[in-house]
Design a protein around this ligand. Structure first.
Ligand code: AMP
Length: 219
């Protein structure tokens, strides 16, 4: 199975779509945001600094991200491919990643751009809650994405939490950072002939169907 990279604005639903692929195709879901959130759970000065940066919506240094990611990808569960959610976020990260793949003898796989309007993304941000344990994502305001029991994870029963960077102010910074640093990746992957575009404005089921067509060799 090929690896998948998602490029998308914040709250486009790439976490949810990654989970759907993980469940059906058994590819591990690697979210650099989740790797960072796990890293900031410790009580070190570096963890505090990372937490502050994430809460303000700016990008974390490439070195930290690359180290976390390299360690994760070396795990044997990634041998047959994986889903990358939230990485790369800059042209520099994309270039470093391509070097890393060469060194590890791995291939890039498919790159999927998930389009969503800013209004829909903002609505998703304000209602989003997630599971700190199994990382499942829900939305309190969207009927089909609500947990069965309010505040409790359907998958593992843990108490759901709201991300501290899911507020209007940080969303603005994250969206602007995305437009400036991450959008140029669309052209980068288009030039490599690797880019597929889907929309996640209507429903996750529709978006998932489009992803399956891509995975089965269509466009
Ligand atoms: P996410 O969970 O993908 O929305 O990421 C949450 C936050 O983690 C972002 O706003 C950034 O501060 C940081 N982050 C996640 N992935 C990266 C990355 N590839 N490069 C730099 N910062 C990142």
């Amino acid at each position: 199975m090929k690896s998948i990279i998602f490029i998308a604005p914040p709250a486009a639903g790439k976490g949810t779509l990654s989970r759907m692929i993980e469940e059906k195709y058994h590819l591990p879901h690697i979210s650099t945001g989740d790797l960072l959130r796990d890293a900031v759970a410790s009580d070190t000065p570096q963890a505090k600094e990372l937490k502050q940066q994430m809460e303000s919506g700016v990008l974390i240094s490439d070195e930290i991200i690359l180290n976390l990611l390299t360690e994760r990808i070396k795990n044997s569960d990634c041998d047959n491919g994986y889903i990358l959610d939230g990485f790369p976020r800059t042209i520099k990260q994309a270039e470093d990643y391509e070097k890393m793949l060469k060194e590890l003898g791995k291939t890039l796989g498919e790159v999927i751009y998930v389009g969503v309007s800013k209004d829909v993304a903002m609505k998703r941000i304000t209602g989003r809650v997630s599971c700190p344990k199994c990382k499942a994502v829900y939305n309190e305001f969207i009927e089909e994405s609500k947990p069965k029991v309010p505040g409790v994870c359907d998958r593992c029963g843990s108490i759901l939490v709201k991300r501290s960077d899911d507020n209007e102010e940080t969303f603005q910074v994250r969206f602007d950072t995305y437009m400036k640093s991450t959008e140029p990746l669309i052209q980068h992957y288009e030039e490599l002939g690797k880019l597929h575009r889907i929309s996640n404005d209507v429903s996750k089921e529709l978006a998932f169907k489009e992803i399956e067509t891509i995975l089965n060799g269509g466009n």
